[in-house]
Design a protein around this ligand. Structure first.
Ligand SMILES: Cc1cc2nc3c(=O)[nH]c(=O)nc-3n(C[C@H](O)[C@H](O)[C@H](O)COP(=O)(O)OP(=O)(O)OC[C@H]3O[C@@H](n4cnc5c(N)ncnc54)[C@H](O)[C@@H]3O)c2cc1C
Length: 525
């Protein structure tokens, strides 16, 4: 039986659409099935990190994404934390991503996920390797030693089967693909019902006009015990979203959402609701991101409350990691363990994201709110509040997902893959490469090849030649950049840096080296 494509992607949210583009740019054909005809108009997934913007740059959509943003960077896309009410005198600036800007090529951005999806759909339409089927819902899947099969149902009741070598489920938190593949999850339920409100209000803008340059607001309240009441701008005008815990059993009909919003803001204001939805707060992570020829990515693999904006950003990094590995496998230059390394690298990074950031935010806010109360001891509260404000960059600085413990990289002994790291300019195995200018004036990221790249900064000729010969013999795409270990490039602190197709460093050292061993390990042999 013939194949419809090399890869089937189920789910055309940001992660599925991004994967289709990533694969197509690597020459891999895909069929993408998405149950909705249009992106859903819920303004989620808004905070895009500098790293996510690097993916969009690589996929040729950075400009389109920036143009689609309803909040100009000049307006300000940072955050603010307040105590008890939004208008409280106790507040500080929060989540200022500019702190880590020098370690990435791109500025961060803020726009609703439906705009991001629209930009990715437009890019996908330009690439002949991608066939999209909007309005089709996957119903069942099977796999055997040679391939996968997906059966889907169209909106008008037509059934159809697609076949491919591999299947990637990018079908969100309630993933059918994860369930059908029999991939188990580890869940921590918080037994909290959350509401998502999308509303219009001109008054709210006026009330917070003194909070210049802020686009999202987190209100901590003792009665919430560490959970957040969170406002986000959707544009610079009147459109907002809000999420927060609500009592169990809350429905659209039995709760006064307007009064709730006014209590969180701390003042009366007019608003009209566009959307009221609910979900249960939990953190869930798949125990493996792969079962045979089936992979899962994005919310299908990990879901959690949107605390810290790790959802879409983590999902995009998943597919940047998986894309080149699938291409290598299909093009014949993957080692036997390359596909397994996707889960080995990405799953522990999310486990760490959940534990060391998302859960840790809830725990530390809870501990703070239980220990300090301005009505009982104002001086103590103000000291502790100032201490929190001073620590505010820590979560940005220390969120540095890395694969130090990956079987593919020459990391330190006993290292693990983790979301916790340090942003550094030194090239370190398992870490994202920081950008630097080359002596031509162009940036390193402007010169990276589509496959592996060897950056030789006065590296020894024999090692460089060895890399070139071995890569050729192993059919590994390798571009060599030759430059000098002078100027800003000295910060890399290595003469030979092997960079993976996803911009992570596979090896950094001074040589002489055994290129065959390094390339074999980097490609999962
Ligand atoms: C209020 C809110 C705010 C958020 N803010 C942020 C933020 O600031 N930063 C951040 O990083 N993340 C944020 N997130 C999380 C982010 O929105 C998600 O992580 C993101 O949507 C994950 O993308 P995805 O493509 O994996 O899944 P989804 O966006 O859920 O896409 C899955 C797609 O699969 C389709 N699908 C499902 N089942 C099938 C099927 N059987 N057949 C065909 N198609 C199917 C669905 O229609 C959907 O289009 C927020 C979430 C919420 C709710």
């Amino acid at each position: 039986m013939g194949l419809d494509a090399q890869v089937i992607i189920v789910g055309g949210g940001p992660v599925g659409m991004g994967l289709a583009v990533e694969l197509a740019q690597r020459g891999v054909s895909s069929v993408l099935l998405e149950r909705h005809f249009e992106p859903q108009p819920i303004p989620k997934g808004q905070n895009l990190t500098q790293r996510s913007m690097e993916h969009f740059r690589a996929w040729g959509v950075e400009e389109a994404i920036r143009k689609a943003s309803p909040i100009p960077v000049s307006f300000g896309i940072g955050g603010l934390t307040a105590y008890r009410t939004l208008l409280s005198p106790y507040h500080y600036d929060w989540y200022q991503r500019a702190i880590v800007r020098p370690f990435y090529v791109c500025d961060n951005e803020r726009l609703p996920q439906y705009e991001t999806e629209a930009a990715l759909r437009a890019r996908a339409a330009e690439l002949p390797q991608i066939e999209t089927f909007f309005g089709w819902t996957a119903q069942s899947i099977t796999q055997n030693d040679s391939g996968v099969q997906v059966e889907a149902l169209s909106r008008d009741g037509e059934r159809r089967i697609w076949r491919a070598h591999y299947l990637v489920g990018c079908d969100g938190a309630r993933s059918l693909i994860r369930e059908e593949a029999g991939i188990t999850q580890t869940r921590s339920d918080h037994d909290i019902r959350m509401v998502l409100l999308v509303f219009h209000s001109g008054d709210l803008n006026k009330l917070i006009a003194h909070y210049k340059g802020k686009s999202f607001f987190n209100v901590l309240h003792p009665e919430l015990d560490g959970y957040w009441r969170f406002f986000g701008r959707v544009d610079t005008g009147e459109k907002w979203f809000f999420h927060a815990p609500v009592p169990a059993g809350t429905t659209q009909e039995n709760f006064d959402f307007h009064a709730y919003l006014e209590s969180v803001v701390g003042a009366p204001f007019e608003c009209s609701f566009d959307h009221i939805g609910f979900w249960d707060l939990r953190i869930a992570v798949a125990d493996d991101y792969r079962k045979g020829r089936i992979f899962i990515a994005g919310d299908a693999a990990h879901s959690h409350p949107p605390y810290g904006g790790y959802g879409i950003n983590t999902g995009l990094e998943d597919i940047r990691n998986l894309g080149w590995k699938l291409a290598a496998q299909l093009q014949g230059w993957a080692g036997a363990k390359l596909l397994a390394s996707y889960s080995a690298e990405r799953q522990p990074v999310f486990v760490s994201t959940a534990r060391d950031f998302i859960q840790s935010f809830i725990d530390s806010d809870r501990a703070f709110l239980r220990a300090h109360d301005p009505q009982k001891d104002a001086a103590d509260f103000e000291r502790a509040w100032a201490g929190r404000a001073a620590q505010v960059g820590e979560e940005i600085r220390s969120f540095e997902p890395n694969y130090e413990g990956s079987p593919l990289v020459f990391g330190p002994a006993a290292a693990t893959c983790s979301a916790v790291g340090e942003h550094e300019f030194a090239a370190r195995a398992g870490h994202h490469l920081a950008p630097q200018p080359l002596s031509t004036g162009r940036g390193v990221f402007d010169e990276l090849g589509p496959g592996f790249t060897l950056l030789s900064l006065d590296g020894d000729d024999a090692s460089v030649a060895d890399f070139e010969q071995q890569a050729k013999a192993m059919h590994i795409p390798l571009k060599v950049i030759r430059d000098h270990a002078t100027g800003e490039r000295q910060a890399y602190a290595a003469r030979l840096v092997l960079i993976r197709p996803d911009d992570f460093v596979a090896f950094a050292g001074d040589g002489p080296v055994n290129a065959k061993d390094i390339l074999a390990r980097a490609t999962g042999a």
